[in-house]
Design a protein around this ligand. Structure first.
Ligand SMILES: Nc1ncnc2c1ncn2[C@@H]1O[C@H](COP(=O)(O)OP(=O)(O)OP(=O)(O)O)[C@@H](O)[C@H]1O
Ligand SMILES: [Mg+2]
Length: 345
């Protein structure tokens, strides 16, 4: 069986450094600031969960990294420094769309899986052919070697009778199996980073757990970094090493996963944690929802964007200035309540 070589990354240095990233949509109705000044590091061999309510900009942030944001959206500022395994550094934010450099990074260094497998699997080509073509696009191997690798990969993602499945069309597989086939395709080029955008939301709970286990297992086996997008705190608790919480296009809190659950600092993070059912609750216990609604993207509040829903809103501060991410013990938080907090950082 073909062996996938282990990569050895320096685990102290970020693989990707995102600074001041802005991705805006120029719509007929106005400017939608989907990503509005994001600073984020992606570390090798770790699982980073990007958490936040619907519409906060998680997918657009991920798509910005791969430069697959569709018009009328585009990156309008900031940088995405990608430190390649060979020592090169590329600013993905400035790379020319469609350039050879970008195409070679996309798919071979960084690959992405989506909620809907059919958005990356073509409907009219057999699974096996799609995987071997991906392998051959990025690596110099013979057709027979690529086929052996593809079958091996289908087996590794837990697809029974992989040699038979190699000849299947995507529509012949169940939802869970299609998701596995998509993961096999994403991993067949041995990426250093796998971006998974809500990869299990559409699946039943058992299959969801299997797919998450599978991603965790393959992350260890291939020594890759994973950026997992989710709005499910259960998933975060299960798989994350680090967590970044997003609200209206900004990261409001970063922490390792233990810190996030033990000592959430941002009022938004706290509200998210409070809105999750806990064991021991009865049907009479009401779950506190986060007060109010996410403001319309075209009507961003001044100052802190969460202030309109925040129970600890401080007039004259939160409405006038924008809080920046500041280091606190175990992470960073963008909130005036924590400005004076001491840190060991
Ligand atoms: N093609 C588009 N045109 C205009 N605005 C867009 C477009 N795509 C996304 N947006 C806006 O960008 C913002 C961020 O969207 P994004 O899809 O990143 O949210 P998300 O956090 O992934 O949400 P979900 O959890 O629902 O997937 C939203 O306000 C959305 O309306
Ligand atoms: Mg999304």
């Amino acid at each position: 069986m073909p062996q996938i070589p282990m990569q050895t990354d320096n685990t102290d240095q970020p693989m990707i450094e995102i600074r001041g990233l802005k991705t805006h949509f120029f719509t007929d109705d106005g400017l939608v600031k989907a990503v509005e000044g994001v600073d984020l590091d992606i570390m090798p061999n770790r699982t980073l969960c990007l958490l936040g309510e619907s519409g906060c900009g998680k997918s657009i942030l991920a798509r910005s990294i791969l430069r697959i944001v569709d018009a009328p959206g585009r990156i309008t500022g900031g940088s995405i420094l990608y430190h390649a395994a060979d020592g090169r550094t590329v600013d993905l934010a400035r790379a020319r769309p469609g350039s050879r450099e970008l195409r070679s990074i996309r798919g071979s260094d960084i690959s992405m899986i989506f909620q809907e497998p059919m958005s990356s699997l073509g409907p009219i080509q057999k699974i096996g052919k799609q995987i071997t073509e991906t392998i051959r696009l990025h690596r110099d191997v013979t057709r027979a070697e690529a086929k052996a690798e593809a079958i091996d990969m289908l087996a590794r993602v837990g697809i029974p009778r992989p040699a038979e499945r190699f000849e299947s069309y995507p529509f012949e597989l169940s939802g869970g199996m299609r998701q596995r086939a998509m993961i096999a395709m994403a991993l067949s080029c041995q990426p250093r980073l796998l971006i998974a955008d809500e990869p299990t939301t559409a699946l039943d709970v058992t299959t969801q757990a299997q797919i998450l286990d599978l991603i965790a297992e393959l992350k260890e086996e291939f020594q890759m970094a994973v950026m997992l997008i989710t709005h499910d705190l259960g998933v975060v608790a299960e798989v994350a090493d680090d967590v970044a919480v997003m609200y209206m296009g900004k990261i409001v809190e970063k922490s390792d996963v233990y810190g996030l659950f033990e000592n959430p600092r941002h009022p938004y993070t706290r509200a998210l944690l409070n809105s999750v059912p806990r064991i021991g609750m009865t049907s009479k216990d009401r779950l506190p929802a986060i007060r109010g609604m996410v403001p319309h993207p075209l009507a961003r509040p001044s100052g802190c964007t969460f202030r309109t829903r925040c129970d600890q809103f401080m007039q004259g501060t939160c409405d006038l200035r924008e809080p920046r991410l500041k280091p606190v013990e175990g992470g960073e938080v963008a909130c005036f309540l924590h400005e004076g907090e001491t840190t060991n950082v």
